[in-house]
Write a protein that binds this ligand. Structure first.
Ligand code: NAD
Length: 285
């Protein structure tokens, strides 16, 4: 069998045996987009939809919630019960909720796709520890375009070097609770990697009053919040006589949702480990 025929046989198998998934935060902005994206992806099937205890949406049919035909799956807050029915959990909630879901997935040996942002360093370390036991795919941004941008940013920073100042400007809707965005931080980490430094050493998150001149090697962040902006990110490399900008504009949540569902299908059956969207898209090399 040649490579094309082998890939086609794998796809046929995935369609005949779709990966059973669950969506945590199903009533949220991303949760609803995930329900729609999952309904359109032939290699996954939604087996559970989860919300926080006390949510008014508990008991509501997940299809009705997402503007789809009835699914027969009512929103539930019992993740440990639901874990009997799924292989991969997609979680776009809040950091504390994600940490609780991670513990259940670890105990039940289920894979997890994490889209939540705003983790503390200790929570990130805990996610890393869980990845020694279960497959974990985490990305601050599941869009294909952003992940290509991350590669470009790292390459640009490496080639342009210290002669160019890096500034990252991001804008999001007024409901977003963390700043800078997880994507802006990922872009900052990509630039830092290209420059041979880290965000811990180089990031400047606020400027006010008499700041003095810009420190050499700083990676600056600026945050805009308002309206219904889905997500704008602009990484500027400001040099002497020229400026390079690498910009990504998200126009709908569906691209994040489609990427996360693609990641869930890809993650099923993988060895334990910490993966990101560059692995899913085969951009890592
Ligand atoms: P949202 O507030 O609309 O939705 C979050 C949902 O999670 C809510 O419905 C809430 O009730 C639910 N929730 C809270 N605790 C829960 C629990 N214990 N169990 C189950 N559900 C629980 O927020 P959103 O805009 O959908 O964003 C959610 C997260 O995803 C944020 O951290 C956001 O930054 C992140 N996000 C990531 C990407 C990406 O590509 N990685 C893209 C968009 C948003």
């Amino acid at each position: 069998m040649n490579a094309t025929a082998a890939a086609s046989a794998m796809n046929d198998n995935a369609r005949m045996n779709p990966t059973p998934i669950a969506i945590a935060g199903a009533a949220g902005r991303m949760g609803r987009a995930l329900l729609v994206a999952a309904s359109q992806h032939p290699e996954v099937v939604v087996r559970a939809a989860l919300e926080r205890p006390g949510s008014e949406q508990l008991g509501v049919d997940s299809g009705a919630l997402a503007g789809l035909p009835p699914s027969g799956i009512a929103l539930s807050d019992a993740l440990d019960v639901a874990a009997e029915a799924f292989e991969v959990l997609i979680d776009f909630t809040r950091p504390d909720a994600t940490m609780a879901a991670l513990a259940v997935c670890r105990a039940k040996r289920r894979a997890i796709v994490i889209g939540t942002t705003g983790f503390t360093p200790a929570q990130r370390a805990e996610i890393g520890a869980a990845a020694a036991e279960i497959p974990v795919c985490i990305a601050a941004n599941f869009s294909v375009g952003v992940n290509i941008a991350l590669n470009l940013i790292e390459r640009a920073a490496r080639t342009l070097g210290a002669a160019y100042d890096v500034e990252i400007v991001e804008a999001h809707h007024k409901h977003k609770v963390d700043a800078p965005s997880g994507t802006a931080l990922a872009m900052g980490r990509a630039a830092a990697a290209g420059l041979g430094t880290t965000l811990e050493q180089s990031a400047v998150y606020t400027r006010e009053g008499h700041t003095g001149p810009r420190p050499d090697g700083a990676i600056g962040f600026a945050t805009i919040r308002g309206g219904d902006v889905v997500g704008d990110h602009n990484v500027m490399f400001l040099g002497d006589g020229e400026r390079l900008e690498i910009r990504h504009v998200a126009t709908s949540r569906s691209n994040f949702a489609q990427g996360a569902v693609r990641a869930a299908a890809w993650l099923h059956g993988r060895a334990p480990g910490l993966y990101d969207m560059r692995d899913v898209l085969d951009l890592a090399g």
